[in-house]
Design a protein around this ligand. Structure first.
Ligand code: EPZ
Length: 423
């Protein structure tokens, strides 16, 4: 197991390349199950979660070959007489709940799928009732037994589906399923994340007929077949936002190469409200840190609101800001696990239910801290970069799920950070 060791105090300056978006790559890899033929994705981030999804595609019978040095992934259907497997096993799904994204494509194309129910995870129960409700509305028979969900349908039928809440992967599952259903599907109260728009764009490139992605109402006219495509994946807005916080906290001046401001409006608004200077430049987004950060109030919401995946990172900035900040986490019920670790570094954060009150102006000191989930681990690395002395972030496998070579990218702009073996 690895750890990240970081010395506080460096001022970040220079350029950081932003990788392809994890939360776009995962549904796009699942979407490659839909067309008959071989699809190629470029700008695929080298992440543990992408490797897991690639492994799952291979388990189902697809080929998924990464180029040796490049960032492309070529995904081909089961060869010759080989029949596809239609089951995602527990020991894989438990390591990555996004495996549930193969449900929609497999049922739509082959009429059946059997996927281990993803248990809860560190940040919350994260049920998939909306995914299943949508498939049932499209005529699928859903049975749960022995920890697996089995979904069967001779052919899915178009339906109107009103989600109880905007769910990103729930919408992605139904979007993919509806492309091959018979007739029209209307998704209401749909999630509006950029990754949903990206998936719809790629499905339409494959020959699907989708309208309204990025708005709360998405309409899909089912077709009989999709064809393979080539596509470069959009940049990761959360990785970019994480590095933007690093620049803002260290009085830095960093160009986030490839970042797309139109995907990050809520993040940029809060960075500016805290005093950072954020400018759209030809090569991406330039972020300069102020002499002093201002406190901030944040409530996480579905897109285009402030993203829950940026909550932990902004909490570290709030620890430094002069004054009190309040952060409310409205998406997941247990996403404050970074708080005890930050308090051990000298922060003063009180949580009650969904709200965290942060007394700012604190001097953080380096410590050995434990990563618990992906974005919490990122916040601990950020804290280490501004803390006095050395910080060791343990269990960085959480970090590797969603950040490609984070220590190399940060070292490239002056951070004193390295990866080491956790003895
Ligand atoms: C996606 O998770 C992202 N993961 C998460 O990113 C992100 O935090 C989340 O969306 C919210 O933006 C991927 O895209 C792979 P949801 P997802 O379904 O789809 C409830 C990261 O750090 N809900 O939008 O699982 C759910 O409990 C990860 O990169 C149901 O109740 O999230 C939550 O409260 C973490 N029933 C809310 O909806 C359902 O059937 C939003 O969850 C589905 C969801």
């Amino acid at each position: 197991m690895d750890k990240i060791v970081v010395e506080g105090g460096a001022r970040l300056s220079g350029k950081i390349p932003v990788s392809g978006a994890k939360n776009a790559a995962l549904p796009l890899l699942a979407a490659a199950l839909l067309p008959s033929g071989t699809s190629t994705y470029r700008n695929v981030p080298k992440l543990a979660d992408v490797l897991t999804m690639t492994k799952l595609l291979r388990m189902l019978g697809w080929s998924a070959d990464a180029e040796a040095k490049g960032d492309s992934l070529v995904i081909g259907p089961p060869s010759g007489k080989k029949k596809p497997k239609l089951e995602a096993p527990y020991d894989l799904v438990r390591t990555m709940r996004a495996s549930v994204l193969v449900l929609g494509p497999l049922v739509a194309r082959y009429g059946r799928a059997r996927v281990s129910m993803p248990g809860g995870c560190n940040i919350g129960a994260r049920p998939i009732d909306q995914h299943l409700k949508g498939l049932e509305a499209m005529g699928a028979k859903v049975t749960l037994d022995h920890g697996y969900v089995e979904v069967e349908a001779k052919r899915l039928k178009g339906a109107t589906i009103v989600f109880d809440m905007p769910t990103v992967t729930g919408c992605e599952n139904i979007l993919m399923a509806a492309t091959l259903a018979k007739g029209r599907t209307v998704m209401e109260n749909a999630a509006r994340e950029p990754e949903i728009e990206e998936l719809a764009l790629v499905l339409n490139k494959m020959g699907a007929k989708i309208q309204g992605a990025g708005t709360p109402i998405i309409t899909i006219e089912g077709v009989d077949e999709l064809h393979p495509i080539e596509h470069a994946i959009i940049p990761d807005r959360i990785e970019a936002g994480t590095f933007a916080c690093a620049a803002a906290m260290t009085h830095g001046d960093v160009l986030l190469e490839g970042a797309r401001a139109e995907h990050m409006e809520a993040i940029i608004a809060k960075l500016r409200a805290m005093g950072a200077i954020v400018a759209v430049e030809a090569g991406g987004l330039r972020v300069k840190g102020p002499a002093e950060l201002a406190p901030i109030d944040i409530t996480t919401q579905p897109h285009p609101g402030f993203p829950t995946d940026m909550q932990a990172q902004f909490m570290v900035m709030a620890c430094l800001a002069k004054g009190q900040s309040v952060i409310k986490e409205m998406i997941f019920e247990n996403r404050f696990q970074h708080v005890p670790e930050l308090n051990r570094m000298g922060a003063d954060i009180q949580t009650t239910g969904r709200a965290a009150v942060i007394r700012g102006g604190m001097k953080l000191t380096g410590a050995s801290v434990m990563a618990t989930d992906l974005r919490a681990s990122a916040s601990l690395v950020l804290a280490g970069m501004v803390a006095q002395g050395k910080t060791e972030v343990l269990r960085v496998y959480h970090l590797d799920r969603g950040y490609e070579a984070i220590e190399k990218k940060l070292r490239g702009v002056g951070a004193k950070i390295k990866r080491a073996k956790q003895t």
